[in-house]
Design a protein around this ligand. Structure first.
Ligand code: APR
Length: 267
């Protein structure tokens, strides 16, 4: 395992693997959006660090499916607070580099598996994106199927908001704690996994969930290069081939520049 903040020789190694990979998976978490000014959930300044809410519930219970059924006002209160933290923010160069890789004729097929609900990968131009925890900008009515897209939670006038068609409480198309993952996203992930990946990046995630860890484990087991980009260590850190203890934006822009230099040298 190689450790390097942004060591040119390590970057060149990663760029070489990238140039040889036909299929590349980028797994991302809240850390890639930290460079857009968004708080992460855990770690320094994490949204979940305040262990108990004003109402006396653990945050994971306040933003859970059962709580939404019982007390949607509480769930909406914390979903809105988290959304407020995203107001005015947008994608950063880390998201942009991954989108450029997807559309570059020199790079293999790119897939993004993101836990983020901010929509930044698509906004940056990525198309093959699996939003495994949904997208907070999409709102829908569980009762009648009404749906809409919003740009800002500031547009929501009441908490909890009601359906304009049937007056039931509406919700964002995100996965709350104790809820099942979206079937379409899982189908997309399984289809991608069945084709296999030649290289897997884990970027800005504490890697807590099995569906996030598994693609890295599979790649490592098949001897495919694995890379972690995260200033902090995670359970994946001892397993990956390369660990860049760096912010995602800096590491990805440095990698893209190294890759482009290699390409120029190869002509
Ligand atoms: N660049 C890269 N990584 C960073 C940066 C940065 N600039 N800043 C912080 N990190 C790392 C932290 O060290 C941490 O390991 O990002 C990670 C963020 O971890 P979490 O806050 O746990 O976020 P995430 O892994 O996406 O959480 C997964 O948990 O609660 C659920 O639905 C929620 O999607 C979320 C999921």
């Amino acid at each position: 395992m190689n450790i390097g903040i942004i060591d040119p020789s390590i970057l060149d190694d990663i760029a070489r693997h990238l140039s040889q990979a036909r299929r590349i998976l980028f797994i991302t978490g809240a850390g890639i959006s930290a460079d857009s000014g968004l708080s992460t959930y855990r770690g320094q300044g994490g949204l979940y660090n305040e262990t108990v809410t004003d109402e006396g519930f653990p945050i994971e219970e306040a933003v859970s499916g059962p709580m939404f059924q019982r007390r949607p006002d509480i769930t909406w209160k914390y979903l809105s607070m988290m959304a407020e933290g995203r107001e005015g923010a947008t994608f950063n160069d880390g998201h942009r580099v991954i989108a450029e890789m997807e559309h570059s004729p020199e790079v293999g097929d790119v897939c993004v598996l993101t836990q983020n609900v901010d929509g930044f990968h698509r906004a940056a131009g990525s198309e093959n994106v699996i939003e495994i925890h949904g997208n907070s900008r999409e709102l829908y009515c569980p009762a009648c199927g009404w749906e809409t897209q919003i740009d800002s939670y500031g547009e929501i006038r009441e908490i909890p908001p009601h359906c304009p068609q049937c007056n039931a409480v509406i919700r964002p198309r995100v996965i709350l704690f104790e809820e099942m993952l979206p079937e379409a996203a899982l189908d997309h992930l399984f289809a991608e996994m069945n084709q296999g990946f030649d290289m897997v990046f884990s970027i800005g995630t504490s890697a807590l969930f099995p569906y996030i860890v598994q693609p890295v484990v599979d790649a490592a087991r098949r001897g495919k290069p694995t890379v972690e980009i995260n200033p902090a260590e995670t359970d994946l850190s001892d397993m990956v081939d390369y660990r860049l203890a760096s912010g995602a934006r800096d590491a990805l822009t440095a990698l893209w520049s190294q890759y482009s230099d290699r390409l120029r040298r190869s002509f």
